[in-house]
Design a binder for this molecule. Structure first.
Ligand SMILES: *Cc1c(COP(=O)(O)O)cnc(C)c1O
Length: 354
């Protein structure tokens, strides 16, 4: 057990909820009344505070703006029919956060600040958790370097924060995907397994160019041959071939270890579906498509949960999928949604009560 952390709390005088309805909010545009902030200085975390959501003020020489030591997480909280609040698998995100921190030469955030701080913040802003179908409270923990000087080195000081954003419903339209052969998201020895801000910046141009060709996102391939499949946009990817679910394995360090990916694997196995975590390349995928054994392709991630894919294009070869027949993706999605809305038993112990 970790010691409870001393958090200084200052509350808003008037909640912004008085002027806002929690229905049909777009993703990531509205923020709750409060935020959590902690500072790393002289080798220790201090000044852990929950306070009104407000702007930050820094010098232009703030190191994270220049050298990119910045990492984040994405988690969701839900309410059941009795108004109890739950966070979905937050401890997995806590572990991943500190793996990202280590890769980017940043200090680990203690469990009592990340976990207890998150729970205390959500408890205070619990009225902000929407209780409508397909709505949730999106939780964004993040850390960035705060030394103010130029000169490349790991910063000596950092800020850890958590902000909360009510959101939903999230309509994930079936996507058209372009298999990327020019740009690379991740290579062995790189930072693909870390949830650092720069990974997102580096990937945007591929999506932008795919859009010009009429596609929604790209399917990332390996850096050397551009054949081995990695992820779809900023989501993990699952292929169903002959009833077997296949998802790229993690050992090369080029795949982000998604909490949704892990949840989907667990649910599929529980449904009696065989799951393979292994390398898979575009030739195997095209062969399976040609002999009618490639049944489903879908993405997994916290924002969309399951994103259906209706078309994949590799060079001039177009593969089309009837998403109404994607029964495996559909039932995993249903099970995940039912667990998160507390309408079925949480048999895997994923819902963490606040
Ligand atoms: C965040 C992220 C995912 C999805 O992870 P979840 O924990 O399921 O939300 C997948 N790929 C990348 C590159 C990501 O940044």
């Amino acid at each position: 057990m970790t010691a409870a952390v001393d958090i200084n709390v200052s509350k808003v005088e008037r909640s912004k909820l008085n002027d806002l309805s929690l229905e049909n909010l777009p993703f990531g545009k509205y923020f709750t009344d409060h935020m959590l902030e902690a500072d790393y200085e002289n080798g220790e975390w201090k000044n852990v505070e929950i306070k009104p959501y407000q702007p930050l003020v820094f010098e232009p020489s703030l190191m994270s703006l220049h050298y990119g030591q910045a990492i984040f997480e994405g988690i969701k909280a839900y309410k059941d029919a009795n108004n109890n609040a739950y966070i979905f698998r937050p401890h997995d995100n806590f572990i991943r956060f500190n793996i990202s921190a280590e890769r980017m030469c940043m200090p680990p955030v203690p469990e009592e600040i990340f976990m207890d701080g998150m729970k205390q913040l959500i408890d205070l802003d619990r009225n902000w958790i929407p209780n409508k179908k397909d709505h949730s409270l999106y939780i964004r923990p993040f850390m960035f370097s705060t030394d103010c000087q130029l000169g490349v080195k790991p910063s000596d000081t950092y800020k850890f924060m958590i902000i909360l954003s009510p959101t939903g419903p999230y309509f994930a339209e079936p996507m058209k995907i372009f298999v990327e052969e020019k740009y690379t998201r991740a290579a062995p020895g790189g930072v693909g397994f870390a949830k650092n801000a720069g990974n997102y910046a580096g990937s945007m141009i591929a999506a932008k160019e795919a859009k010009k060709l009429g596609y929604d996102q790209v399917l990332w391939t390996d850096a050397f041959e551009h054949k081995w499949l990695q992820e779809v946009g900023m989501m993990n990817v699952v292929f169903v071939i002959n009833g077997v679910a296949i998802t790229p394995s993690l050992e090369e360090g080029t795949i982000l270890k998604g909490v949704t990916r892990d949840s989907v694997i667990t649910i599929l196995k529980d449904m009696g579906i065989k799951v393979e975590e292994r390398r898979i390349n575009i030739d195997e995928l095209m062969d399976a498509y040609k002999n009618n054994s490639l049944q489903e392709v879908f993405g997994t991630g916290t924002a969309a949960t399951i994103a259906f894919i209706k078309e994949l294009r590799y060079k001039d070869f177009v593969m089309k999928f009837d998403v109404t027949k994607c029964t495996i993706a559909n039932s995993v999605r249903q099970t995940l949604n039912d667990i998160r809305s507390c309408t079925i038993t949480d048999k895997f112990g994923w819902m963490n009560k606040v």
